[in-house]
Design a protein around this ligand. Structure first.
Ligand code: FES
Length: 209
């Protein structure tokens, strides 16, 4: 096992390799671990995955580059996606993208100067009924107006959304154990914590308005 992964992810990486008949089948789940640790797929991470899967860095990069959710360049701690596909375009998606870019100070495809945000113009994100659709770190945030987006940015900057929007690359907060199953009690506890965090945030906002 390479020394690339930090201690809490190393055990999971070891499990993943033994989970499949052939090590190379673990490539994608291992790439998610790299992205969780680094925020993107660093060169060192790609090399570590190649060593674990008995493939080459070129093969790993070739697989990773096929998927939009893997990033070969650093992205922000919060990666914002704005859909400008047909339903969202008609509901103001282009104007929302413009607002996001000017608020965060970076164009689609770029990162803000402080590295906190990056922006992506997205194809249909499958939430057309709540257009225009915005995601942060691939989580639906349901901010449909520029004003709502500004509140979200304020919350992200202050850490108030840390619980339900973890740093980019975090695939799931409850880690799977012993194969592909996640412990149900931990999932339930995590959902309860998310509900509490949301209620506290809403209450704090009501107090200030
Ligand atoms: S067109 Fe934007 S979510 Fe479907």
């Amino acid at each position: 096992m390479s020394g690339f992964f930090r201690a809490d992810l190393r055990q999971r990486a070891e499990e993943l390799v033994t989970l499949y008949p052939r090590p190379r089948s673990a490539t994608i789940p291992l790439l998610h671990l790299v992205q969780e640790q680094e925020g993107y797929l660093s060169e060192a991470g790609i090399e570590a995955v190649a060593a674990l899967t008995e493939t080459t860095p070129a093969e790993v990069r070739g697989t990773a580059s096929f998927y939009d959710m893997f990033h070969l360049e650093p992205v922000g701690r919060y990666h914002v996606g704005v859909c400008t596909n047909v339903a969202c375009l008609l509901a103001g998606g282009a104007e929302m993208l413009e607002h996001v870019e000017s608020t965060l100070g970076c164009a689609a495809g770029g990162r803000s100067a402080d590295g906190l945000f990056s922006v992506e113009e997205s194809e249909c994100l499958a939430d057309c009924n709540l257009a225009p659709c915005v995601q942060v770190n691939y989580r639906y945030v349901r901010t449909r107006t520029p004003e709502e987006f500004d509140v979200l940015v304020e919350d992200l900057r202050s850490g108030r959304r840390e619980h339900d929007i973890p740093p980019h690359g975090t695939h799931s907060r409850v880690k799977r154990q012993g194969g592909l199953r996640a412990p149900k009690d931990e999932v339930a506890a995590e959902r309860a914590r998310a509900r509490d965090a949301r209620a506290q945030r809403d209450a704090a906002r009501e107090e200030t308005t």
